[in-house]
Write a protein that binds this ligand. Structure first.
Ligand code: PSU
Ligand code: MN
Length: 312
């Protein structure tokens, strides 16, 4: 794999990841906003460790991305994950936040946008998350930096759709505008995170990891720089019924409005409130879909690392 020239003194790669890059071994990037802002303690640390194990079980290497004392880490040790999971007031780091966090030597979790930027700079091509950010429902100018970043970063991103707290049709329109194919993994519909269906179509359906790897190669060989978004729904028995999820979201949005929640605080607030309202059911669904996505991302990374896939 070509060694990226965008590594800077601000980046720290574990020896394991450095070795894997050199050898072209499969690596899966994992984000860390879900550790710092997306999940309550202690589930955040437990989940972070479980995601790494899911990736290793498929014979790929996990690289959780996060910022510690002003350095961007590509791959975190158990102790470093613990530090991040218990850091007081860590920063939520999207594209615009790196400069501030690095200059001030802060700790923080990288969002999908932040992780795309850093993992790509480190030469990683596959990334697993829960739900991407998108266009917010009642604030048309609150568009997650995840979307333009997906449009300019050649990585495969495995998710469970966009968080259902968002305006899903507008989010899909944005992805079309910036040229990101949206793949339904084992489905013809864009999954709605906690629930399986949104009623919205995907660009194409694929059913196995090597088809995803081949599609990514076609896109990148053409020189199209954007991501391939792979959206995998929860299994039926783990998903929340559509109306239950929608009811909780409507309530959470009303609460956010009453309390004057804005900007970067919106997503963490809504996720926590939906978990309260559903008595923890949404949290369980969230944990399950994250593990499933880490597993699929690892399978795709393994396919991408096969010798016949090394032409890109
Ligand atoms: N999905 C989750 N939990 C999260 C997030 C997504 O289940 O915490 C995070 C991701 O890191 C995503 C971010 O990139 O929320 C989007 O935030 P914003 O809408 O402020 O861009
Ligand atoms: Mn936002």
């Amino acid at each position: 794999m070509a060694v990226s020239s965008r590594l800077t003194p601000y980046m720290v790669l574990t020896p394991e990841i450095q070795h894997a890059r050199k050898m072209g071994l499969p690596i899966v990037a994992l984000e860390s906003t879900l550790i710092t802002h997306g999940l309550p303690r202690p589930q955040n640390l437990e989940l972070a460790l479980q995601l790494e194990q899911e990736v290793r079980d498929q014979r790929a290497l996990p690289a959780t991305v996060g910022v510690l004392e002003g350095k961007i880490h590509i791959g975190l040790s158990g102790a470093e994950l613990e530090t991040l999971a218990s850091a007081p007031q860590p920063r939520k780091i999207s594209r615009r936040d790196f400069a501030v966090a690095l200059a001030n030597k802060e700790n923080g979790g990288t969002t999908v946008a932040g992780t795309l930027f850093a993992a790509h700079a480190a030469g990683i091509r596959v990334f697993a998350t829960g739900g991407i950010g998108g266009v917010h429902r009642d604030a048309p100018f609150d568009v997650s930096a995840d979307l333009p970043e997906l449009g300019r970063t050649p990585m495969i991103v495995v998710c469970a759709g966009a968080k259902a707290i968002l305006d899903l049709p507008a989010t899909l329109e944005y992805l079309e505008t910036v040229g990101v194919p949206v793949i339904g993994y084992g489905t013809d519909e864009f999954p709605a995170f906690y629930s399986r269906s949104s009623g919205l179509p995907v660009t194409a359906r694929l059913d196995n990891p090597d088809d995803v790897a081949r599609m990514a190669q076609a896109q990148w060989e053409l020189g199209l720089q954007g991501a391939i978004l792979v959206a995998q729904p929860l299994p039926q028995e783990e998903a929340l019924p559509d109306d239950q999820a929608e009811e909780a979201i409507t309530q959470a949005l009303a609460d956010a409005h009453t309390r004057g929640i804005l900007g970067a605080e919106m997503t963490p607030f809504l996720l926590a409130r939906v978990a309260e309202i559903t008595g923890g059911a949404s949290l369980q669904a969230n944990l399950t879909l994250l593990r499933n996505n880490a597993r699929l991302a690892a399978q795709i990374a393994v396919e991408l690392a096969r010798p016949q896939s090394k032409t890109i």
